[in-house]
Design a protein around this ligand. Structure first.
Ligand SMILES: Nc1nc2c(ncn2[C@@H]2O[C@H](COP(=O)(O)OP(=O)(O)OP(=O)(O)O)[C@@H](O)[C@H]2O)c(=O)[nH]1
Ligand SMILES: [Mg+2]
Length: 337
């Protein structure tokens, strides 16, 4: 399952321009599948020389034109929000524009939480224990939203979060800020971008400075020209690469790899997933039939050239069902039937 990323934000901030940059103009109807660049995958492929190399993918969606309510509904269906802010053009006011946009999301969450509160508060009064806990969580969330703040900044604990997720709150979703900066202010983006970066820091949300228009132009070039131009702007990594890493970080994702003769592949996976759950990314049956995981690192595999070489040298770590798969692990899952 690819990760679902929605490009959202105020009107006219460069969302569609960024969408075109990320999808290299190949998106259709505002939806595009994007390969996530990962130098570890490239090194693995160069060492193993598989028939096929498969990167992790994100499904990127551009906000379709529509009413405020439709924009909120659109943001709801994503796994991670990429919130774009206008830091180019005349008198950019990225933070107040973002605040206004966030307020729409806050109000939408407030409405769904109030609806749910009506129901559970009655149950709580009737003495239902679960309903009392849920009422408490919802009441705290409501107070936070009433103050105009996203639920992400409430930092709910796991139990609270589980209760809140029942109403699919959009302001609890992981997010990444993109300060869409004027080209002549790159790589830093100047004052407006600094404001977005500070906003991100205050919410523990990553913020990236780029120019969507420049990224769209760079996406059309061949890799050598692109690298030269980036260098000229003082940018060392593509907007896509930086956004993907931020999306992984904010969304609580890691990448593990499988490296066989037929295919070398990157797998997105929730951080802290146990080995059988990680195996289920490959095939749902793998969770049930999990026997063990044989694990190594990208560097060791690159040095050895194949999983087989490491296995016969006794250098693959054997891990059981309690193992938490780590970012950068190269894994072979033993499964029964
Ligand atoms: N200078 C500059 N202009 C940009 C940049 N990105 C977008 N623009 C311009 O801003 C205008 C709006 O860009 P869009 O990408 O259509 O913005 P949007 O957020 O999709 O707009 P809506 O979908 O209408 O909300 C266009 O005229 C773009 O050319 C940028 O990085 N730098
Ligand atoms: Mg647009």
């Amino acid at each position: 399952m690819p990760v679902n990323v929605a490009i959202v934000g105020p009107a006219g901030v460069g969302k569609t321009t960024l969408f075109n940059a990320l999808t290299k103009g190949r998106g259709a109807d505002g939806v595009g599948m994007v390969d996530v660049p990962d130098e570890r995958l490239e090194r693995l492929a160069a060492a193993v020389k598989p028939k096929k190399t498969t990167p992790a993918q994100v499904r990127v969606e551009d906000t379709p034109p529509g009413s405020r309510a439709q924009r909120v509904a659109f943001a709801r269906q994503a796994d991670v929000l990429v919130k774009v802010a206008r830091c180019f053009g005349v008198d950019p006011e990225p933070v107040s524009e973002l605040d206004e946009f966030t307020l729409d999301l806050v109000l939408a969450d407030l409405a769904s939480i109030e609806r749910r509160l009506d129901v559970v508060a009655k149950e709580a009064r009737a003495g239902k224990k679960d309903a009392q806990l849920e009422t408490e969580a919802l009441t705290a969330a409501k107070a936070h939203l009433d103050a105009g703040r996203s639920l992400r900044t409430l930092n709910p604990d796991a139990e609270q979060k589980a209760l809140l997720l029942g109403v699919f709150p959009v302001t609890l979703k992981p997010a990444v800020y993109v300060a869409n900066a004027a080209e002549d202010l790159l790589p830093g983006g100047g004052d407006p971008a600094a404001k977005v970066t500070r906003l991100g820091a205050s919410e523990s949300t990553p913020a990236i400075v780029l120019s969507a228009r420049l990224e769209a132009e760079l996406a059309e070039l061949d890799p050598t020209e692109e690298a030269e131009m980036r260098h000229g702007y003082g940018i060392d990594e593509s907007g896509l690469g930086r956004i993907a890493r931020a999306v992984w970080g904010s969304g609580g994702l890691i990448t593990y790899f499988t490296a066989g003769e037929p295919e070398v592949r990157a797998w997105p996976c929730e951080r802290d997933a146990l080995a059988p759950q990680a195996a289920a990314k490959i095939h749902t049956d793998f969770e049930k039939h999990f026997i063990r995981a044989e694990v190594t690192s990208v560097d060791e595999l690159v040095a050895a050239g194949s999983m087989e070489a490491l296995r016969s040298a006794g250098k693959l770590r054997v891990e059981g069902r309690d193992y938490r798969v780590q970012d950068g692990d190269v894994v072979f899952f033993r499964v029964g039937r």
